[in-house]
Design a protein around this ligand. Structure first.
Ligand code: ASP
Length: 410
């Protein structure tokens, strides 16, 4: 059976067992704690290595200069907007409100929120090794980006180190896969505990989380992406939206941007008229660093967890969420479930209880389907805008509905 089905099953069993046992279900909680601790173990090395690999894979940026810069700016800018949409709609719909959950380790949550200036000053680590040891994610991200850029700049000399980080990142992906095998049990333990303690009321908020993530995804694609296509690109957004059908279907079912890449490249070239040069550079780059769907999901889930545990977030927390999720999305691998691990990063950075993560884990696959669709739609939108601005967009193909029909019936 596929892992996500096992996780869903673990969640269902957990809810059933928890409702039967009531408060006694607490005895099952350690199984969940084991899972949460295993995820915590992954965060620092995973983020550090995969961010460096993400940055060093942009080698072509130097060669392709302007195109690379435009693409990266659009990728990061749209990602920040995605999280903001996630945050705003989660404030409006408050999916976690009224859950009244209590973190098992309140000390880990209670914190004096640093001022905004302090947060910004603190993101530069005075001692990067200290940042790694303390698990200060924002500082780790800043250092990893600096190191990654420097490795690219020193060229050949940096290659051995790049290879080491690539190997370590690969190993961390593997370890993640292994840890995720624990997820069905961990989710079972935590859901049993949650359902035993709070009753079945906990399910409705999860349905709300799904609804809010799907709403954000729709708004981001239909309003924001289309808006950019028509304002910045001065192109017909309906043509863009219609072209998304095939790659979106692949993304929805595979939940992998990397796996969807062949479909996005084909569609961008054949239906949107993006040149070979732009599509073969901008789209693979996007599948590696551009994860708007993942980012907006992190915004929604962070707010859900804060609301569920009754933790008030300050302005500086929101800024931290936007910053962390934007940077973390660069390091998110385009594979199923990667966003969940990155969510633990955002929660840790803001000081939110990681127990919330295991609750979301039960429905993660359903959320992953939506966020992967957004991820690849963003890549395609940026490829169109960059191609247009470089004079590399064949507008006869873009506007030709006949071409689209031919492909559909082929
Ligand atoms: N599955 C997503 C993707 O491949 C990443 C994630 O888990 O958010 O784009």
């Amino acid at each position: 059976m596929e892992l996500w089905k096992k996780i869903l099953l673990g969640m269902v069993f957990g809810v059933v067992v928890g409702s039967i046992l009531g408060p006694d279900a607490e005895v099952l909680k350690p199984i969940g704690t084991l899972f949460v601790n295993s995820i915590k173990m992954l965060i620092v090395p995973l983020v550090f290595c995969s961010l460096i690999v993400g940055i060093t894979s942009m080698k072509d940026t130097k060669k392709m200069g302007r195109i690379g810069l435009k693409a990266v700016a659009l990728y990061l800018g749209t990602t920040a907007v995605a999280i903001s949409i996630g945050i705003v709609l989660s404030i409006v719909f408050a999916p976690g409100e009224g859950l009244n959950m209590v973190a098992s380790n309140p000390d880990a949550v209670a914190k004096d929120a640093p001022s905004l200036i302090q947060t910004l000053l603190n993101i530069i680590p005075k001692n990067p090794v200290g940042a790694l040891a303390a698990g200060n994610i924002l500082q780790i991200i800043v250092f990893a980006v600096g190191l990654g850029i420097s490795l690219v700049l020193i060229g050949e000399k940096g290659e051995p180190a790049v290879k080491v980080f690539e190997a370590l990142a690969e190993a961390m992906y593997k370890l993640t896969e292994l840890v995720m095998k624990l997820a069905p049990f961990g989710v079972f333990g935590l859901m049993a505990w949650v359902a035993g303690k709070y009753g079945l009321d906990v399910l409705l908020p999860l349905v709300k989380v799904i609804a809010v993530v799907y709403l954000c995804a729709t708004v981001h694609i239909v309003v924001f992406y289309s808006g950019l296509v028509s304002t910045l690109g001065r192109l017909n957004p309906v043509r863009y939206l219609r072209s998304l059908t095939n790659p979106a279907a692949v993304a929805f079912t595979t939940t992998s941007s990397s796996g969807t890449l062949p479909a996005t490249i084909k569609t961008a070239r054949e239906e949107l008229g993006v040149s070979k040069g732009v599509s073969s550079f901008v789209l693979p780059l996007g599948a590696t660093i551009n994860m708007d769907g993942t980012a907006l999901y992190q915004g929604v889930c962070a707010l859900f967890v804060a609301q569920a545990f009754g933790i008030d977030l300050e302005t500086s927390d929101y800024i931290t969420i936007v910053l962390t999720a934007t940077l973390a999305s660069v390091g998110t691998a385009g594979v199923p479930g990667a966003g969940l691990i990155m969510l633990s990063l955002v929660l840790t950075t803001v000081g939110l209880p990681l127990e919330g993560l295991a609750i979301v884990a039960g429905i993660d696959r359903i959320l992953d389907m939506a966020r992967t669709v957004v991820n690849i739609c963003g890549d395609m939108m940026v490829s169109v805008l960059v191609a247009k601005s470089e004079g590399e967009l064949d507008e006869t193909i873009f506007n030709d509905t006949e071409v689209k029909r031919d492909i559909e019936t082929a």
